[in-house]
Design a protein around this ligand. Structure first.
Ligand code: ADP
Length: 603
């Protein structure tokens, strides 16, 4: 299409648009004028109907109707008349050049106020008439009629400037659009001209160069168009990729937050919950749905935690630092939780996103702390009582010359020193284990001798308590790679417990067997047994089973099994317990057997 033609079309469109706008404006003006006439007509007819007829026309020119004429002479007012029931005009006023038209009122005119169109004269323009019954009926029923000229519609002077401005703007937009189109179409227009020249009949012969030039131009244009399309597609692809990347990033972040071992809660600056990680439900015993959107008071029953979170809502200064509080879980008995609250702010505390609350199960730490405190009290007592005994017997030793008493005193002192020594030794080993400095010196050994030694050592203690002890192991027991001294501690602790927690007349059986690639060493007793909940915890440091609510009556420090388990672990083995309260317990140690390398000595 020729560019000139596009220009003409654009101008035509602009003119059509202007015409449409002007028409709409005029129609709107017409409607508003008609509405004004209606308001005036109805108002005037109603006010006239309330005035006694005699006052409206007193036979003089100063009558109210005449005064009305002067008041309403605004160009639209045509007439006001009072007519009798027979259609006779009783009084009337009319603007210059107008007469009250002779038009009988409809039969229902007495029913109320109405309006109608009446011709000013048989061939004249239409008038709008408003009519209704008079209130004053002293001389029978009469009617009031008020007529107005239909508004003449013309563009008012004040509208002209607005319309001119509108038209100007439209005309200014046209050249801009025209220039833009021209720019976009320029290559096509050039091609069009070239094609026309080639096809012109007066063209003597089409030269190859001309065709080549045309084709080159065409290719250039196509390349340009292709480039533009590719750019658009790339932009779209980029924004889709950005979108996907964003979604991926947010999903990844969400997954990371949910997989954290601690529970996370996010509160908005007002204190309502906006995020709940999956670990919160088992900790608080409340589902994410029950927490989301809720204020702190709705879900938090612990006063300490409530007080902590209150410090973070609003712009309180206290909330600037992370703070922690420990509280007992209201959903699970005995569970202790720790909540750390931290303000979430964007860059130098500029924008506050609310509060991050990290919830952690600290039951173990809490119990360990408690056990640690108990332990200190217990160890002090354990060290103090042998010292008292030693002091007492030392005095007896000093005062007495009797040989048997001196021997007894020496034996007691030696026993007490051994007890203290064992306790201090255990403590030392535990602290070395905790510090990671207990490095086993492992050698390939046969267990036979070690087991027999342990059996021999525990025999007198067991027999002293009236227990039966047995040792059962095959003739050919596979070798294992262990630190003999450390392993002896583990074994002794199991045997000591089997004796200590036994009942009079019971038995202790130490046994070992080959089991595939493993050697299983077991210590079985017929003692008090261990209840299921305690079984999971007896390998914890300082854990002691309370016997019917009271702390274990038999002496102990809650370290023996902890040490045994740690030592077995150092040997890459595992320790297990099988027990039934009132029947007895079996502790078993599983170690990998060490196949003999050629020429290796077995100790
Ligand atoms: P303790 O010094 O108290 O004996 P341990 O770590 O050796 O500490 O044992 C932890 C707890 O496990 C003990 O308090 C005891 O209640 C229980 N326990 C250990 N061995 C046995 C057993 N053979 N029979 C019954 N209870 C046992």
């Amino acid at each position: 299409m020729k560019l000139n033609r596009i220009g003409i079309i654009l101008i035509a469109c602009a003119l059509a648009a202007i015409t449409l706008v002007v028409t709409l404006l005029v129609v709107r003006q017409q409607d508003s004028q008609a509405a004004q006439v209606r308001v005036k007509g109805v108002g005037l007819a109603k006010s006239l109907s309330g005035i006694p007829v005699a006052q409206l026309d007193d036979g003089r020119t100063t009558g109210l109707l005449n005064a009305l004429l002067a008041y309403h002479d605004d160009g639209n007012f045509a007439y006001a008349a009072i007519t009798g029931a027979d259609g006779r005009t009783l009084a009337e006023v009319a603007s210059r050049g107008t007469m009250t038209p002779h038009a009988p009122l409809p039969a229902d005119a007495a029913a109320g106020f109405a309006e109608r169109e009446v011709p000013a004269s048989p061939a004249g323009p239409a008038l709008r008439e408003f009519y209704g019954p008079m209130a004053d009926r002293s001389n029978g029923i009469a009617f009031v009629r008020v007529g107005f000229h239909q508004p003449r519609f013309a563009v008012l002077a004040r509208d002209v400037s607005f319309l001119a401005l509108l038209a100007l703007m439209m005309f200014l937009v046209v050249p801009v659009i025209y220039l833009l189109i021209k720019r976009e179409m320029a290559p096509l227009a050039g091609l069009h001209d070239q094609l026309r020249q080639l096809a012109a009949p007066e063209q003597p012969a089409v030269k190859a160069d001309d065709v080549r030039e045309l084709v080159t131009d065409m290719q250039g244009y196509l390349a340009q168009a292709g480039e533009r399309i590719a750019r658009l597609e790339l932009g779209e692809r980029n924004s889709t990729a950005d979108n996907r990347l964003l979604q991926y990033g947010s999903k990844k972040l969400n997954a990371a937050l949910h997989s954290l071992p601690d529970g996370l809660l996010m509160l908005d600056p007002g204190g309502d919950v906006t995020f709940v990680s999956s670990k919160v439900e088992p900790l608080l015993g409340m589902s994410a749905d029950a927490l989301l959107g809720q204020p702190v008071d709705a879900w938090c029953r612990d006063p300490a935690l409530r007080a902590l979170l209150a410090r973070y809502s609003g712009a309180s200064r206290d909330g600037a630092r992370p703070q922690s509080v420990e509280f007992a879980s209201s959903s699970v008995d005995g569970r202790q939780l720790c909540a750390t609250a931290q303000p979430l702010s964007g860059g130098q505390g500029a924008m506050s996103f609310g509060t991050l609350v990290v919830l952690r199960d600290v039951t173990r730490e809490h119990l360990a702390r408690q056990a640690g405190n108990d332990f200190v009290a217990h160890v002090s007592h354990e060290l103090k009582s042998p010292l008292n005994v030693i002091g007492m017997y030392a005095e007896m030793l000093a005062d007495s010359d009797e040989e048997s008493l001196r021997v007894e005193s020496l034996n007691v002192i030696q026993d007490e020193i051994e007890r203290m020594n064992a306790l201090v030794g255990n403590l030392l080993n535990v602290s070395k284990l905790d510090a990671g400095s207990l490095a086993p010196e492992r050698h390939r050994v046969r267990l036979d001798d070690l087991l027999r030694d342990a059996y021999d050592q525990s025999m007198p203690r067991a027999q002293g308590k009236g227990l039966h002890v047995s040792l059962d192991m095959p003739r050919e027991l596979d070798a294992v790679t262990i630190d003999k001294d450390l392993f002896r501690i583990a074994l002794n602790n199991l045997l000591t417990n089997a004796i200590k927690y036994n009942r009079p007349g019971g038995s202790v059986a130490l046994a070992a067997r080959n089991d595939g690639h493993e050697i299983v060493i077991s210590v079985r007793d017929t003692g008090i047994g261990i209840a299921a909940p305690d079984r999971d915890r007896i390998f914890e440091k300082f854990y002691r089973v309370s016997e019917s609510g009271a702390p274990a009556a038999r002496g102990g420090h809650g370290l023996g099994l902890y040490l045994a388990a740690q030592i077995v672990e150092l040997h890459h083995g595992r320790i297990a317990v099988d027990s039934e309260p009132g029947i007895g317990s079996t502790f078993s140690i599983h170690l990998k057997s060490a196949p003999a390398p050629i020429g290796a000595p077995v100790l």
